[in-house]
Design a binder for this molecule. Structure first.
Ligand code: SF4
Ligand code: SF4
Length: 235
């Protein structure tokens, strides 16, 4: 119903399914019937995603958002027709950018996996209400997006500190944590979506989850060494 419901992941899925372009139509800005103004969320999401598309070598013009009222059918037809024409001139997704099909799938899959991370790192800007098209341009800069990727965080459970309380394992939304009762927990980096939940929920008295940026993540502790040996309390 609301353009604000269109998640970044939906757009990436459309591209992944072979769409050459994605058009979003939302209500006019400042004319939302609710306090939520979801169309601003949609606009900000599109602006961020355009930069991410650029980063992975895709033409950002393949994604477009336009605002119109339900009574402006003529405008809708005009905009959609114009966009279809544009996408046709751009050519097939990936092929026109010189990216082969497999590589394109891999890049889009990686970006889909990182959607929670992109949202987390850009929470404030994604919720902002821009006033003019000039502001649209500057909301997300190329430099910011490059930094977002170069300083990407990873999470790591320190095997020396983990007390196998299982809190992180229960709360991880991606089932990326391997562990169990009396087992030192380990993060499967391939499954991790970098949401930071484990970092937030690990009890402060353990502080076992580390946020890592700009350096490689240490290898996971071998499976045979994961049984937790609890030290007997000193008398
Ligand atoms: S950051 Fe932690 S909670 Fe979030 S997906 Fe990765 S392992 Fe799971
Ligand atoms: S919440 Fe912390 S202490 Fe508990 S299992 Fe996870 S990493 Fe270990």
């Amino acid at each position: 119903m609301c353009s604000g419901r269109v998640d970044m992941a939906f757009v990436l899925r459309a591209f992944s399914n072979g769409m050459d372009g994605v058009f979003l139509g939302g209500c006019r800005l400042n004319e939302c019937n609710y306090v939520t103004h979801g169309n601003y969320h949609a606009l900000n999401m599109v602006l961020l995603l355009k930069r991410i598309m650029e980063h992975i070598g895709l033409n950002p013009e393949r994604l477009k958002i336009e605002f119109m009222s339900g009574a402006e059918a003529n405008l809708f037809v005009e905009d959609v027709n114009g966009f279809v024409k544009k996408v046709k001139t751009l050519g097939p997704l990936g092929e026109a950018e010189g990216i082969d099909r497999q590589e394109l799938k891999a890049r889009l899959a990686e970006m889909s996996k990182l959607v929670p991370y992109f949202k987390l790192m850009n929470q404030e800007k994604l919720a902002s209400r821009l006033k003019s098209p000039e502001e649209y341009e500057g909301l997300f800069t190329k430099e910011e997006i490059d930094k977002l990727f170069s300083e990407m965080v990873s999470y790591y459970i320190d095997p020396e500190k983990c007390q196998a309380c299982m809190t992180c394992l229960r709360r991880c939304p991606a089932e990326a944590i391997v562990g169990g009762k009396n087992k030192i927990h380990v993060i499967d980096q391939d499954k991790c979506i970098k949401c930071g939940t484990c970092f937030e929920v690990c009890p402060p008295r353990f502080e076992s989850v580390r946020k890592i940026s700009g350096e490689p993540v240490p290898p996971p502790i071998p499976e045979e060494k994961r049984t937790l040996v609890r030290k007997a309390k000193e008398k």
